[in-house]
Write a protein that binds this ligand. Structure first.
Ligand code: NCD
Ligand code: ZN
Length: 336
């Protein structure tokens, strides 16, 4: 059995910088036609120069591969409309992080005071720049996304023309919110379709499955699966592939992030096939994102075949992927 995907897109990707960028960027570029690249570097990507320089380093790292990095800017409430207008052509979205909620988010937003955020959000709305949000409160870890939903509602109501993407959603409440507001969209990761908190911490602790937002309950995973498998028109694939060196994962104070980029398409094919939904994978991994963001990625045909694929234990001796050392039922046969 084979399936051909036309220009798959990963609409939430961490490519890092330096040596890690050199390792992971080619792995995404191998099978994806493009990706929305997150700006949580140290320091975060907050200027036009930083956006352009980061894009150049990414292009350098992927070499000849046909791959478009769609860039994002790290949200700051003191951006001026003039600045946003000047950077608009270089970015696809602005990414908002609550301060300190995840990896390298210390410079994010505290308090969610609408009066403070409004000038920038209003300008983005007028300029047609989408807002991507890491939607977690600072509350109890299992409740953080649910507690953030009222903030999404406030933003969606006050800025009806602003496209708001709820990133890496993990709860049934977030899936339900999609239906209530026309301007709310979402990305769903691979790992949140496969795992619940049980897989992370129900037996021996699995640091390579630890991420923000943390995987939730079975009923949450079911709601995410339903939305993904039906390729809900407001939902896109965003891997949130977030590599950390093995030494930072297998350690006290384990860093948050699951590395999935190189095996994302085989694992998605396996999941969609097992639910009789292979026919909707194209919409989930590409068509929905093209429509929502209005992007036109480069032509890239990815042919996947149902045949065993042994996921590497580690890449370049540095970064351990999800399913390390395990066999998946699908593999990439050819990329054209
Ligand atoms: C991401 C990272 O490491 O950059 N970590 C994660 O657990 N998902 C940041 C993020 O998207 O929260
Ligand atoms: Zn992320």
């Amino acid at each position: 059995m084979v399936i051909t995907l036309d220009s798959p897109l990963d609409m939430h990707l961490h490519l890092r910088d330096g040596d890690m960028l050199q390792i992971v960027a080619p792995l995404s570029a191998e099978t994806f036609a493009g990706a929305l690249v997150m700006p949580n570097l140290v320091p975060p990507v907050t200027t036009k120069e930083a956006v352009c320089a980061y894009r150049a380093r990414i292009c350098d790292a992927v070499g000849e591969a046909c791959f478009t990095p769609y860039m994002t800017l790290f949200f700051k409430s003191d951006y001026t409309p003039e600045f946003l207008e000047s950077v608009k052509e270089e970015i696809l979205a602005v990414k908002l992080y609550p301060a300190g909620i995840t990896t390298n988010s210390e410079g994010g937003v505290s308090g969610f005071d609408l009066a403070e955020l409004s000038p920038v959000l209003g300008a983005m709305s007028e300029l047609g720049i989408p807002l991507c949000v890491h939607g977690e409160s600072a509350g109890f870890v299992m409740d953080r996304e649910k507690e953030f939903i009222p903030i999404y509602e406030k933003l969606a109501t006050h800025f009806p023309n602003l496209k708001i993407v709820m990133e890496h959603i993990t709860t049934k409440e977030a899936v339900a919110a999609l239906e209530r507001f026309e301007n709310l969209y979402a990305t769903i990761t691979l790992h949140h379709l496969y795992i619940t908190l049980d897989d992370v911490a129900g037996g021996l602790l699995q640091p390579h499955l630890f991420c923000k937002p943390i995987a939730k309950r079975p009923e949450d995973r079911e709601a995410l699966l339903k939305a993904a498998l039906e390729a809900h028109e407001k939902v896109m694939f965003g891997s949130d592939s977030a590599p950390h060196p093995r030494s930072a994962k297998e350690a006290p104070g384990c860093a948050a992030g699951v590395f999935t980029a190189p095996l994302a398409l085989p694992a998605l094919a396996q999941l969609f096939e097992s639910h009789g939904a292979l026919g909707r994978l194209q919409a989930f991994v590409s068509d929905n994102a093209r429509r929502i963001y209005g992007v036109n990625p480069p032509e890239k045909e990815v042919i996947l075949e149902k045949s065993p694929y042994l996921v590497p234990e580690i890449y370049e001796g540095t970064v351990v992927p999800m399913f390390a050392g395990q066999s998946l039922q699908w593999r990439v046969l050819r990329v054209g």
